[in-house]
Design a binder for this molecule. Structure first.
Ligand code: URA
Length: 184
């Protein structure tokens, strides 16, 4: 069976983490199974929970605009989250929830073997790059991790709250596009 399909089925039937009880849908992740570029957010919000797809609400629509601005097609990337179930009222993920769920993300990365991983926001960067990651200081900087490069950008929801950050976001997205082109 298709590796992603098998993993999705395992993820959907996982009930050890209590968040499975309050979700509408498991938001496994979506995108091109041969993508070189992977985006990783924190956890599904309301629209994602309702549709089962990552980054489809207001923050997702803003992410789409930045992808468009640097000529990256959403169909060419893969998008996932650390948590696959929505935390009630969009609260921050608890460490125990991240620890329970991260095995699915690790497996997604193993199957995909992306060349670039972009953390969307502080929580994703602190979990995946370094626990003391400072998004305001370090966004857009590159780190090499074995077979792939990583960076973090502001979470699109942060840009909705503070539009002045959009300039930095555009600069970081241009850098991602350049890195992607250089690795082709
Ligand atoms: N915020 C996230 O971190 N992930 C989503 O899928 C949607 C909003």
């Amino acid at each position: 069976m298709d590796k992603f399909k098998e993993l999705r089925e395992r993820c959907e039937s996982y009930t050890d983490c209590p968040l499975h009880a309050t979700r509408t849908n498991c938001v496994f992740g979506k995108g091109n199974p041969a993508a070189d570029l992977m985006f990783i957010g924190e956890a599904p919000g309301e629209q994602e929970d309702l549709t089962g797809e990552p980054f489809v609400g207001r923050a997702g629509q803003l992410l789409d605009r930045f992808l468009y601005a640097v000529d990256i097609r959403r169909e060419d990337v893969y998008i996932a989250n650390i948590l696959k179930c929505r935390p009630p009222n969009n609260r921050d993920p608890l460490p125990a929830e991240e620890d329970a769920c991260i095995k699915y993300l690790r497996e997604q990365v193993r199957i995909l073997q992306p060349k670039i991983i972009v953390c969307l926001g502080r929580i994703s960067a602190m979990k995946l790059i370094r626990p003391d990651y400072k998004i305001t200081k370090e966004h857009g900087q590159w780190v090499e991790r074995g077979s792939f490069f990583m960076t973090a950008v502001y979470h699109p929801a942060a840009l909705l709250r503070n539009p002045r950050l959009k300039e930095d976001m555009l600069r970081d997205m241009k850098s991602i596009k350049e890195k992607l082109s250089s690795l082709k």
